[in-house]
Ligand binder design. Structure first.
Ligand code: SF4
Ligand code: SF4
Length: 375
């Protein structure tokens, strides 16, 4: 195990991934491709204990996500307890299953913030990308959230299949009264990596989308904050993944496995503890999984002697593993990485791509079982 260089501070965010179940089938879903292997879910009592321990540890924000967290019928109880404990609470949802009655219950429980995801400005693309008929429903949910006085916070994952609609997406958000819109370019992990050839935009598409976004930013400056998150592949700059491994975020997955980020379980040779067997204090301060990539002591060249190593901590460990089969490598997004050719080839493919003939792979349990060899 590598010893972390600096004293370890407390986590700021507790991310409760309460279920991998989801009625949608997004082609860019960030859940692990083998999520169907991990179908067990913590009980309500387990989650309540996790919330207590997280707060004792010093976490101040608690995000409830999934899958679709609304599929847990104890969500109201968990939110109320998180609020009582003093967390700032955040629900990350597709909105599917959000009724007037449930929203009233969340309001009574003290929920601070809801982030609603949309896939596109058009029914056709929204419903195609999720393999569901949910476009109108999401619009209704947006109105219901707004009517209860929560700020309207929308998130749209941007990729080749919707990037040309970016102006209309912003218009739609404005019509729904969004105060905050995150246009998050797809990150190529999990299901998005499987579908990368079909999802990755060209540089020109990205440039146009950013220019359109800038026009709208200026036009709507008074009433909407728009964030355009540039993909790391195109930027050629490794991201400071999760703000540093085991630095800010503590994620607990549906079956209780605790990880520094929601995909870390894929990394070979690392042992991530389960909250049913260990306290969050042990998880955060003592476990091998949380300590292994803390700080910079684990790095090899070119990161070890790089002047930027404290800025980006060598980028993303999952990306290094997914693209270079080496979780200790410099993130291949970095031009200095000996594995940068993987990213360069994907970018080249996106420049020259004729419409891809590969079928999209939709996220669903059956597909997950097939992909991890269980079917
Ligand atoms: S990205 Fe889509 S399929 Fe994945 S959890 Fe979110 S709503 Fe469900
Ligand atoms: S070599 Fe490593 S530390 Fe330096 S910029 Fe690239 S990924 Fe970051």
């Amino acid at each position: 195990m590598n010893a972390p260089a600096a004293p370890i501070g407390p986590p700021m965010w507790l991310l409760a991934e309460v279920t991998y179940r989801c009625p949608l089938h997004c082609v860019f879903c960030y859940n692990p491709v083998d999520f169907a292997r991990h179908e067990d879910e913590l009980s309500t009592d387990d989650w309540l204990r996790v919330l207590h321990e997280g707060r004792e540890l010093g976490a101040v924000q608690c995000g409830f996500s999934g899958g679709e967290p609304l599929l847990r019928d104890d969500l109201e109880v968990l939110i109320a307890e998180a609020r009582r404990l003093g967390y700032y609470t955040n629900l990350i949802t597709s909105g599917v299953g959000l009724t007037e009655a449930r929203l009233d219950a969340f309001k009574a429980a003290g929920l601070d913030h809801i982030q609603l995801s949309f896939q596109d400005s058009s029914r056709e693309i929204n419903d195609f990308l999720t393999h569901t008929r949910t476009f109108e429903l999401k619009q209704r949910v947006g109105e219901m959230i707004k009517a209860r006085g929560w700020p309207m916070v929308m998130n749209v994952v941007i990729h080749r299949l919707n990037i040309e609609h970016i102006g209309r997406i912003i218009e739609m958000a404005d019509a729904l009264g969004a105060e905050y819109l995150e246009l998050a370019n797809a990150q190529y992990y999990s299901w998005a990596l499987l579908n990368r050839d079909q999802l990755m935009p060209s540089r020109e598409q990205l440039r146009r989308a950013e220019a359109v976004t800038d026009e709208w930013k200026a036009r709507l400056a008074e009433r909407m904050r728009i964030l355009f998150v540039v993909p790391d592949y195109h930027e050629g700059k490794p991201k400071k993944c999760m703000n540093g491994w085991g630095n800010v975020f503590l994620t607990v997955t549906p079956d209780g496995t605790a990880q520094p980020c929601h995909t870390a379980r894929m990394l070979p040779g690392l042992d991530f503890p389960n909250v049913q067997e260990h306290s969050l204090r042990h998880v955060w301060f003592e476990s091998e999984g949380f300590n292994h990539y803390r700080g910079t002591g684990w790095m090899k060249e070119p990161c070890a002697s790089c002047e930027d190593k404290e800025k980006d901590y060598g980028g993303c460990r999952c990306q290094a593993y997914l693209l270079a089969a080496d979780p200790d490598a410099a993130d291949p997004v970095c031009p200095k990485s000996p594995h940068h050719e993987h990213v360069a080839a994907a970018l080249e493919q996106a420049e020259t791509a004729a419409p891809s003939t590969k079928p999209l792979i939709f996220r669903d349990p059956k597909e997950s079982r097939r992909l991890c060899g269980q079917d």
